[in-house]
Design a protein around this ligand. Structure first.
Ligand SMILES: [Zn+2]
Length: 100
């Protein structure tokens, strides 16, 4: 079993997951890298929350776009990735976490 990140642990210990928690873990969720128990709780929340469902769909689109950009620019720097994420956050109203 992979080790949980700080965010995962913090949210794992909460009795109820909020939209903010889903935002914090959305990239791991979409990549399928969450611990199974957390993954189930997120998907249960997303199933009955329109806000998070839209966010998830947008995020999947963003990943597809970013993947295509990545293919063209394999040397994309962290700064460039973060600028892209910031721009997407601003344009689409997302809350993608910046990479470090
Ligand atoms: Zn939600």
């Amino acid at each position: 079993m992979t080790q949980m990140s700080q965010d995962e642990l913090r949210i794992f210990e909460k009795p109820v997951i909020s939209c903010h928690d889903v935002d914090a873990l959305l990239d791991d969720y979409v990549e399928g890298s969450l611990a199974p128990s957390l993954d189930e709780r997120l998907s249960a929340h997303i199933d009955c929350c329109e806000y998070c469902r839209e966010n998830e769909e947008l995020y999947r689109e963003v990943i597809t776009i970013a993947g295509e950009i990545g293919k063209e620019q394999p040397q994309m720097s962290l700064g460039a990735k973060n600028r892209l994420r910031s721009a997407l956050n601003k344009e689409l109203g997302l809350k993608l976490p910046l990479v470090s």
